[in-house]
Ligand binder design. Structure first.
Ligand SMILES: Cc1cc2nc3c(=O)[nH]c(=O)nc-3n(C[C@H](O)[C@H](O)[C@H](O)COP(=O)(O)OP(=O)(O)OC[C@H]3O[C@@H](n4cnc5c(N)ncnc54)[C@H](O)[C@@H]3O)c2cc1C
Length: 400
């Protein structure tokens, strides 16, 4: 099999790039190892920057018809104090909110948009196991399918296969690990109609928990020390339930919904980036190029911004067969600055807040910069901008 561009991984980065390249007339195949997009929770946040891209593509109205929740403010509880840290209502975007939608619905939607173009192809149940090389240049991939092994040759292979990318490993691309002091336990608890509607991070007595309001349930993230899962399990499920209740007492009537450790998923937090995102014939984007900390919930949106930048820089040249390694370098140059800035902020928060909280049994008081957010609400626009739009927002180029 042959394609102009072969994308490994049907996550946000891979599906978006596939759609944008097909829209520009490039023959593209996206290889996804799973049979569908239905997976465990992997982040549901579609930020204003991504919604703006959909507006530019003329698909926003259709997207917003799908079930979703709109979050206009992000708040936090530190001990007994509440603070609103981000207010999206002043952003210079069409949507002044974060849309919460299960990731599989979002990926299905992009898949449907891509399917309008004859050059767009998605091959599911196709797991890439190695790269094909010719004269030191990546020339395609080897993959396993239910019908047996296949080879796909391509002018460009894009590694969009996430944080455990086989593409970057087989390509021998060097990884810079920035470290993370925590892992996150994700689970669901039901939500009652009379519960608070706010999406809230809580810091109480040396513990941190995030609760995302998903209408009829809360998606909860409980932060633990890196590698601490075995200790949590040794203390037992009942002890874990009580830790949750100690942070949010109103959950006492439903923590019993956590019946088994299988109801709780571990996210091993990794923050890393490739020193070089490309080789002749190969480019990595999204988590494969830079795994993000969950702080700010920006991983999906950064992955999509990478896809847009890559399509803007490469589509025309791929269609003409003139893409060179210099073009791949331009993608890295374009996206490295926002990646570094975002990771620098995440690492700062990890070291200054998460590490300190997890290392202390005592209750932190509301830090003075956060007190200013309560006194001068306009300050909430700054985190809203960083989280909602980020650094160096991409815009979709029109197709010729
Ligand atoms: C539990 C959890 C919670 C998260 N919460 C948030 C959040 O709230 N907000 C946010 O923005 N981000 C969040 N993230 C991060 C976010 O999911 C990622 O940053 C984002 O999905 C990256 O997109 P991607 O397309 O680069 O990679 P991925 O989403 O990881 O997609 C990679 C795709 O490649 C496929 N694949 C992997 N290997 C192969 C192979 N060998 N062959 C073929 N296919 C392959 C995978 O099945 C997958 O579909 C969370 C992540 C996790 C794990």
């Amino acid at each position: 099999m042959k394609a102009c561009c072969c994308i490994v991984g049907g996550g946000p980065a891979g599906m978006m790039l596939g759609f944008l390249l097909a829209r520009a007339g490039v023959e593209v195949v996206v290889l996804e190892k799973h049979a569908d997009f239905l997976r465990d929770f992997r982040g549901d946040t579609i930020h204003p920057s991504t919604l703006e891209l959909m507006h530019e593509l003329g698909i926003l109205a259709d997207f917003l018809k799908r079930p979703h929740q709109e979050v206009r403010e992000l708040g936090g509880q530190i001990g007994q104090d509440f603070v609103t840290v981000a207010d999206f209502s002043h952003l210079p975007t069409h949507c002044k909110f974060i849309a919460f939608m299960p990731q599989w619905d979002f990926l299905d939607f992009i898949n449907e948009q891509g399917a309008h173009y004859p050059t767009f192809k998605v091959k599911k149940q196709t797991e890439v196991i190695d790269l094909l090389e010719t004269d030191g240049r990546v020339a395609g991939v080897k993959a396993n399918t239910p019908d047996g092994p296949i080879e796909i040759r391509a002018d460009l292979v894009v590694g969009a296969d996430g944080r455990h990318s086989i593409v970057r490993e087989r390509a021998g691309l060097e990884i810079e690990n920035l470290g993370a002091p925590m892992d996150v336990l994700w689970f669901r608890l039901s939500r009652r109609p009379d519960d608070s509607g706010q999406t809230l991070g809580r810091i109480v007595n040396g513990k941190i928990m995030v609760m995302l309001n998903r209408e009829d349930y809360y998606q909860c993230g409980f932060v633990i020390r890196k590698g601490g899962i075995e200790k949590v399990k040794q203390r037992g499920l009942e002890s874990f339930r009580q830790e949750i209740v100690s942070m949010a007492p109103f959950l006492s009537d439903r923590v019993g919904e956590l019946r088994d450790w299988k109801d709780i998923k571990l996210l091993t937090v990794v923050v890393d980036r490739l020193r070089k995102w490309y080789r002749p014939g190969l480019l990595c984007i999204g988590d494969a190029a830079h795994a993000m900390s969950p702080i700010g919930g920006v991983g999906i949106n950064l992955a999509i911004q990478d896809a847009v930048a890559a399509a803007n820089i490469l589509a025309e040249r791929l269609a003409r067969g003139t893409a060179t390694v210099v073009d791949l370098q331009r993608v890295q140059l374009r996206r490295e600055f926002p990646t570094r800035m975002t990771q620098a902020m995440q690492v700062f928060m990890q070291n200054q807040v998460i590490e300190r909280v997890l290392g202390s049994e005592q209750q932190l008081s509301l830090p003075w910069p956060l007190k200013l957010f309560n006194r001068w609400p306009f300050l909430r626009r700054i985190p809203a901008r960083v989280i909602g739009i980020g650094f160096r927002a991409e815009h979709v180029h029109p197709v010729r």
